[in-house]
Design a protein around this ligand. Structure first.
Ligand SMILES: [Zn+2]
Ligand SMILES: [Zn+2]
Length: 122
């Protein structure tokens, strides 16, 4: 589970939907009283921003025409546990995922030209 906290518009479908589900999983984990210490230590969660983050991801899902039927309702203010580094995550996500890289860093994706290969639009 991980809160990337990068601009939702810069995320591919898989990572957008993945972080959305993981927001719900973080809330469930917290409610069950399970430890978030490992996530906190690794900068993967920022609990007090979970609701706002979920809602931003859900808004982007709806904007793209995906379905969203799972409001996140913590019921109370979540404690300030954990801190995420969005700039580092932006680099990490771009490193891991070609589609996120294309969205997050369009300037870094000038088409490669090879002799004899057709350039394709994506
Ligand atoms: Zn949801
Ligand atoms: Zn991705």
């Amino acid at each position: 589970m991980r809160m990337w906290m990068v601009d939702p518009r810069g995320m591919c479908r898989r990572h957008l939907l993945g972080e959305h589900v993981e927001c719900h999983m973080f809330l469930a984990t917290f409610r069950l009283g399970r430890s978030l210490a490992g996530y906190v230590r690794n900068g993967l969660v920022e609990l007090d921003r979970l609701k706002a983050r979920h809602d931003a991801l859900a808004a982007e899902m709806l904007r793209r025409g995906y379905r969203h039927r799972s409001p996140l309702a913590p019921g109370r203010r979540l404690p300030a546990i954990g801190q995420v580094d969005p700039a580092a995550n932006r680099r990490e996500l771009a490193r891991r995922c070609a589609e996120c890289r294309r969205r997050l860093h369009p300037e870094a994706n000038q088409p490669l030209r090879h002799k004899g290969t057709k350039r394709t639009r994506s």
